[in-house]
Design a protein around this ligand. Structure first.
Ligand code: GLN
Length: 276
């Protein structure tokens, strides 16, 4: 299987520029139907830049994580090639919509709103959203946030949750492009809280505890969206609506196979142990 990562070491800006420069490189799906698929096709799969434990770069720039390994195992099972393109969450969705990428795997929550423009795979991981603060902040509930600055990440479910309770808790919201910058705004005290997916925040907190503070965040989760709310929704792989049924079928077939043979559990357990 051919597996290349491009752009892992480029800055977001450079990467965006290079994508514009080679626009149209991907996803010409128009002539595939009659042949039943193009065996030589290399799919472009967009992902987030930093969303551990689902996708994140190791120090040498190699991308690892649950999403990365699931995709790798599914591609191997279904024998397709792909280029991984870590551009950030909001950019990943836009890349698919503009045809610069064929699919996105980025801890992407399946929502009715998104289902109007994307086709989703079967759900592959349950998630919800939370609000977290620096551990020593003295803030312990959403009520404590009244009139304060909070940080969210552009285009995310957790940002939607924050916006939905904005008036009730008088939140002063600032939006960031990626999770690390958003966390940093809390660490520096510019924001008292951030909104994030619970498995991702829990992982960052567990990393802080297990690596003597060298990695992760010394945060605590003070609130979670109600489990029965629209914000508690699983992750799915997505392609553009009505335009890439072939890739979606491969993802779903591969996902079923790696669930059946234990590979799925092995991957999830490797990254997410006692966390959850
Ligand atoms: N699960 C969230 C969403 O889909 C956040 C995903 C992410 O930040 N990579 O909006």
């Amino acid at each position: 299987m051919k597996f290349r990562q491009f752009g892992a070491l480029l800055s977001g800006t450079l990467l965006a520029a290079s994508l514009v420069a080679c626009g149209g490189q991907s996803a010409d799906t128009t002539n595939q139907a009659s042949t039943g698929g193009d065996a030589d096709k290399t799919y472009v799969i967009a992902t987030d830049t930093a969303f551990a434990p689902f996708e994140y770069a190791e120090s040498d720039g190699t991308y690892v994580g649950v999403d990365i390994e699931l995709l790798e195992a599914i591609a191997k099972d279904q024998q397709f090639d792909y280029d991984l393109n870590p551009v950030g969450f909001d950019a990943a969705l836009q890349n698919v919509q503009s045809g610069q990428a064929d699919g996105v795997i980025a801890g992407m929550s399946i929502t009715p709103e998104r289902a109007k423009v994307f086709d989703f795979s079967e759900p592959y991981y349950d998630s919800t959203v939370c609000c977290a603060v620096a551990k020593d902040s003295g803030v312990s509930s959403l009520d404590d946030l009244k009139g304060q600055n909070v940080a969210v990440k552009n285009g995310t479910m957790s940002a939607d949750w924050a916006n939905s309770i904005k008036d009730e808790y008088e939140l002063n919201i600032t939006t960031f492009d990626d999770s690390p910058t958003m966390y940093e705004n809390v660490t520096t005290g510019n924001s008292v809280a951030c909104f994030e997916d619970t498995p991702v925040m829990s992982y960052a907190i567990s990393q802080y505890a297990t690596t003597d503070g060298k990695e992760g965040k010394d945060f605590s989760i003070i609130a979670e969206a109600d489990a029965s709310s629209e914000f508690a929704t699983p992750y799915g792989f997505a392609v553009n609506k009505d335009s890439n049924a072939e890739l979606l079928k491969k993802f779903n077939d591969g996902l079923a196979n790696i669930k059946a043979d234990g590979t799925y559990d092995k991957i999830v357990n490797k990254y997410i142990q006692s966390v959850n």
